[in-house]
Design a protein around this ligand. Structure first.
Ligand code: GCO
Ligand code: MG
Length: 412
């Protein structure tokens, strides 16, 4: 089965998405997600200029060999652009192989290990009242687990909060659904770690008082703390029994989590900006985390993320795959098939795409009673309507960045 075309499709229905479509000589097609939020066109060039020419004429069945060729022959390994490009090829080839077999992909990956995937949504509010309303809305949608993000007194706009009038006026999209803003330059936000650390425990206390002890609650620190600040946060949230606390420190320094572990039993999740198993080497081997946050899209595809998760399984570390709106429906489908098949599934992030996106990407998955299932269509179960996608050309968009009160740039 020879590859005869590898087309890169860029579409921006509610936001920018980059999709690789691989076509074989027997007429099968496979899709792979290559969306890298705010840096989309770098991956487009990597795929179009450097990868597609290598694929033409090669055997679509040789997934592992293709992965190794793309990873090793580049010489310049790893990094988000490279690994998103490799992931797109990998997922497209898995899609093709499963279609050729006439099976949903999870069957090829070993079959279902569970009936559905527990998923969590993003509840947020600038005030407690807004936050409680948002949690109730999520419970009404069926979610059985929610991430809780809240405004901090004194800070104008903050990661993950629904109320951000400037953003909504500019982009027309709720900030909590889409932090990347269309425009020529990134939006500037403000940050103060001490105010945040003072405020957050009281928010979780109020949420527990209102919604009781059962509901799994998650929180994302979004890379902003030093190791000792992160340890303090994890310790102060212990009474509220979090499902996980995510990205407490910037991800580059894996050893930072040793300090957090020494001080707290709050479960930790990390890895949405990791690209390979090497980024996890210390945190998995030293059991410094409880959940692997990588997306299939940013970690070299199913072939590589499955190896990361198998490594994690040896230490009872579970999956918590990244699933914000910047993971396309193709990337979400890949995550669902992988999550259904592995033993060490933990939870799946699921934010829900907009109506226009769902018109461009026709999908077979279901979401019912808070549980996702990829569906039983052969392959990934996603088809891209190229004509519909063509109505929405690429628009430049950037993720925001942070400055402290004195003007210092801070991690976002
Ligand atoms: C999450 C993430 C996202 C990222 C976004 C960046 O936990 O879902 O932190 O909200 O900020 O994916 O592109
Ligand atoms: Mg996150």
């Amino acid at each position: 089965m020879k590859i005869i075309a590898a087309d890169v499709i860029v579409t921006s229905p509610d936001r920018n998405f980059v999709t690789l479509k691989v076509t074989t000589d027997d007429g099968l097609t496979g899709l792979g997600d290559a969306t890298l939020n705010g840096r989309e066109l770098a991956v487009v060039s990597y795929l179009r200029d450097h990868v597609a020419p290598l694929l033409i004429g090669s055997d679509a069945h040789r997934i592992e060999d293709t992965w190794q060729l793309l990873y090793r022959s580049a010489y310049w390994r790893r990094g988000p652009v490279t690994m998103a490009a490799v992931a797109a090829v990998d997922v497209a080839l898995w899609d093709i192989k499963a279609k050729a077999a006439g099976m949903p992909l999870y069957q090829l990956l070993g079959g279902a290990s569970r009936s559905g995937l527990l998923s969590y949504g993003h509840a947020s509010g600038k005030t407690l009242d807004e936050l409680f309303d948002s949690i109730r809305e999520h419970l009404e949608l069926g979610y059985r687990a929610v991430r809780v993000q809240t405004g901090v007194p004194g800070l104008k706009s903050i990661y993950g909060i629904a109320s951000n009038a400037t953003f909504e006026a500019n982009s027309g999209v709720r900030y909590d659904h889409e932090p990347a803003q269309r425009g020529a330059r990134p939006a500037e936000e403000d940050w103060d770690t001490r105010s945040y650390l003072r405020h957050v425990p009281g928010v979780f206390e109020a949420v527990r008082n209102e919604f009781g002890p059962e509901l799994p609650l998650l929180h994302d620190g979004h890379h902003r703390m030093t190791p000792i600040q992160a340890a303090r946060l994890a310790k102060s949230l212990e009474p509220y029994d979090l499902f996980w606390l995510e990205d407490v420190t910037p991800a580059e320094n894996q050893e930072a989590l040793r300090l957090v572990r020494q001080h707290s039993t709050t479960p930790l999740a990390i890895g949405e900006i990791f690209n390979t198993v090497w980024d996890y080497q210390t945190v998995i081997r030293e059991q410094l985390i409880d959940y692997v946050r990588s997306a299939v899209t940013h970690t070299g595809g199913i072939t590589h993320l499955r190896k990361v998760l198998d490594h994690a399984a040896q230490y009872q570390i579970k999956s918590g795959m990244h699933g914000p709106t910047d993971i396309s429906p193709v990337g979400m489908a890949a995550a669902m098939h992988l999550g259904l098949s592995i033993h060490n599934f933990g939870i799946q992030e699921y934010m829900q795409h907009g109506a226009r996106t769902n018109e461009v990407f026709r999908q077979s998955f279901t979401f019912s009673g808070g549980m996702l299932h990829p569906g039983d269509a052969p392959g990934l179960g996603v088809e891209l309507d190229v004509d519909e996608g063509g109505k929405y050309p690429y628009e430049r968009a950037y993720l925001p960045y942070n400055r402290l009160a004195d003007g210092t740039v801070h991690d976002w």
